[in-house]
Design a protein around this ligand. Structure first.
Ligand code: ADP
Ligand code: GLC
Length: 489
C-alpha cells in the first residue's frame, strides 16, 4: 500500500511537541509492515540540509503554485528518515517557510499551510506517485481531503486515493477569515452557516478535514470517545457525532530507538529494568546541574511540557502551596504562555533547593529528566494521547496523571489495581479537574515512594509495558484499508 503522510512536524527535522515524534516514527513502523511510505513536510529555514542529507530533486524542478492569487515558485528536496528507507519530501517555498518558527501568528499563516496542502498534491503529480491513502495530520493539512475531492478531482490519478484525517489535538483548529476562501481557491458555495468549511463565521481547516476525509482518526481510544462530547469537542463535537461511525481511535506508539534508558545517547548512565542503579546516578547528575541537594530518599518530581492551558497548569497553580509542603523536589522543563513561564521562574526563586526550572526547549534535558526523576506529573485538562507519560513508564519514572484521553489509556492507578488484586498498576491518577485531586495523587505517590519494594514493583510494571508502534501500526493499516474501500465503494 502506498501511504503519503503529511504534517507540519517530523522528528528529527522539526518538532514542537508529540506530533513531531509521531510523524518521525509511525512511517518507519508502516514501512516495516510492507507499506511504501512517503512523508511530506515544509522545508523550514532552520532545517540543516547538510546534517540531514537533503537533496534537491532536479527532475521535479520548479512547481508554480498559486496561493492568494500569486503564483509562488516551489521546489522539492528529499531525504531519508533515519534508520529506515522512508522518503521525506520537503516542500520548499522560502516566501512562506523561511521564518524562525514552525507556527507563526503572521497574517498569512493560512497561506503557509494552503501552500503545503497544494504542494503535497502537486508533488505527487510530478513524482507520478498515486498514493492509496493520504494521511493528513491536524489542521495544517485539513484542506487536502477537500482538494482531492474537488479542486484536483480532474486528475484521474487520484480517483482511488483515500484520505484519512488524524486529529492530534482538537484545540487547534486553524480558523481564518472569509478571505481564506479566495486565497485557497475553495468553492465559495461551500461556505454558508453550518456548511462544510464554515465554523462560527470562519473558514475552519480542521472542520474541512473532518467533513471531507474518508475516515477520521485520533490518537487514543479514550480521546476518540471524548471528542464526541461537548466537554472535549471544542465546538466540533456535533460535526464529529454526525460522522461517528467513521471516527476511530488508535493509540500512539513510541520510538524505543530514541526513548529507551538502555541505549539513550543523552544519558550519562544507562540502565534497565534489571539494574536500576544508573537511574540514581542520572538523578544525582541532573540535580547537581540544577544545584538541587541530592537525597535518594526524597523523590524528585519532573515535568516536561508545553506551558499551555491544555496541560492543566491552572490546577497546579491552585495546589501549589500544598504541593510545595510535600517532602519532594521538583524540576520543570517547559515553554509557552508567558504567565506560566513567569510563574515557574518565580517558583524556583521562592523555593531554592526544592524547585528548579528551565524555561525553553531542550531535547537533551527532556531525556535526562525522564531518566533522573522518580515521579512524572501530567495533570492535563485534556490529553489526546500524551507521550511523556509513556516515556516515563519506560524510564521507571512513575507517572501521576489526570485520567483523560491517552493518559487514561496508558496509566493504570496503583491503588485501584492493587485494591482489585491485579497488582499491575503503573502510576497514579485522578479524575476531578481540581488542585485538590492533583495534590492528593501527588501526595499518594510521594508517600508510596517511601516503601521501596512497592515502588520498585510499580516501576517495573511500567518498564515492562510495551507501547512500541508494532500493534498500532497494524491498526493504521486496517484503517487505511477501510478508507480505501470507502473511497472506491
Ligand atoms: P504535546 O504534543 O501535546 O506537547 P506530548 O506528550 O504528546 O504532548 O509530547 C510532547 C513532546 O514534546 C515530548 O517528546 C516532550 O519530551 C517534548 N517536549 C515538550 N516540551 C519540551 C521542552 N520544553 N523541551 C524539550 N522537549 C519538550
Ligand atoms: C498532540 C497532543 C498529544 C499527543 C500528540 C501526538 O500534540 O496534545 O496528546 O500525544 O499530539 O499525537
Amino acid at each position: 500500500m502506498k501511504i503519503a503522510i503529511v504534517s507540519s512536524e517530523c522528528v528529527p527535522y522539526a518538532k514542537t511537541g508529540g506530533l513531531g515524534d509521531v510523524i518521525g516514527s509511525l512511517p518507519k513502523a508502516l514501512e516495516k509492515l510492507g507499506c511504501d511510505v512517503k512523508v511530506f513536510i515544509p522545508k523550514y529555514l532552520f532545517i540543516d540540509e547538510l546534517k540531514h542529507g537533503l537533496r534537491y530533486n532536479w527532475n521535479v524542478g520548479e512547481m508554480p503554485i498559486r496561493v492568494n492569487g500569486i503564483v509562488r515558485s516551489v521546489h522539492l528536496h528529499q531525504a531519508t528518515l533515519p534508520n529506515s528507507n522512508v522518503q521525506v519530501n520537503f516542500i520548499d517555498c522560502p516566501h512562506y517557510y523561511n521564518r524562525g518558527r514552525i507556527y507563526t501568528n503572521d497574517w498569512d499563516e493560512d497561506e503557509r499551510f494552503i501552500l503545503l496542502c497544494k504542494g503535497v498534491i502537486e508533488t505527487c503529480q510530478r513524482l507520478a506517485w498515486a498514493p492509496d491513502v493520504i494521511q493528513c495530520n491536524d489542521w495544517q493539512t485539513g484542506l487536502i481531503p477537500l482538494y482531492i475531492k474537488d479542486n484536483y478531482n480532474w486528475d484521474r490519478m487520484f480517483d482511488k486515493t483515500a484520505t484519512v484525517f488524524t486529529i492530534h489535538n482538537i484545540g487547534y483548529q486553524g480558523r481564518f477569515g472569509k478571505d481564506t476562501l479566495y486565497k485557497a481557491e475553495i468553492n465559495p458555495n461551500l461556505y454558508y452557516p453550518g456548511g462544510p468549511v464554515e465554523f462560527e463565521d470562519s473558514v475552519s481547516f480542521m472542520k474541512t478535514g473532518i467533513v471531507f476525509a474518508d475516515l477520521i482518526s485520533t490518537v487514543s481510544v479514550k480521546y476518540s470517545h471524548e471528542i464526541l462530547k461537548p466537554e472535549y469537542g471544542a465546538g466540533l463535537d456535533p460535526i464529529l457525532r454526525a460522522r461517528k461511525p467513521d471516527v476511530y481511535g488508535i493509540l500512539n506508539g513510541v520510538d524505543y530507538q530514541e526513548w529507551n534508558p538502555e541505549t539513550d545517547k543523552f544519558l550519562p548512565y544507562k540502565y534497565s529494568a534489571d539494574d536500576l542503579s544508573g537511574k540514581k546516578l542520572n538523578k544525582k547528575f541532573l540535580m547537581e546541574h540544577f544545584r538541587l541537594p541530592f537525597d535518594e530518599n526524597r523523590p524528585l518530581i519532573g515535568m516536561i511540557s508545553r506551558l499551555v492551558p491544555q496541560k492543566g497548569f491552572d490546577i497546579f497553580v491552585e495546589a501549589v502551596d500544598d504541593l510545595m509542603k510535600l517532602d519532594a523536589q521538583w524540576i520543570l522543563l517547559g515553554s509557552g504562555e508567558y504567565k506560566y513561564e513567569e510563574f515557574f521562574h518565580k517558583l524556583s526563586y521562592y523555593f531554592p533547593g526544592k524547585f528548579a526550572s528551565y524555561i525553553g526547549y531542550n531535547n537533551e534535558l527532556a531525556h535526562l529528566i525522564e531518566a533522573g526523576a522518580d515521579i512524572f506529573v501530567m495533570p492535563s485538562r485534556y490529553e489526546p494521547c500524551g507521550l511523556n507519560q509513556i516515556y516515563s513508564l519506560k524510564y521507571g519514572t512513575v507517572p501521576v496523571v489526570r485520567k483523560t484521553g491517552g493518559l487514561a489509556d496508558t496509566v493504570k492507578d496503583w491503588d485501584e489495581e492493587n485494591y482489585y488484586g491485579f497488582d499491575h498498576g503503573n502510576g497514579f491518577s485522578f479524575y476531578d479537574y481540581s488542585g485538590y485531586a492533583l495534590f492528593k495523587s501527588v501526595e499518594r505517590a510521594v508517600n508510596t515512594f517511601a516503601h521501596k519494594d512497592v515502588w520498585r514493583k510499580i516501576q517495573l510494571n511500567g518498564m515492562n509495558c510495551d507501547f512500541s508502534w508494532d500493534r498500532s501500526a497494524e491498526k493504521y493499516i486496517e484503517l487505511f484499508k477501510l478508507a480505501k474501500e470507502k473511497r472506491s465503494g
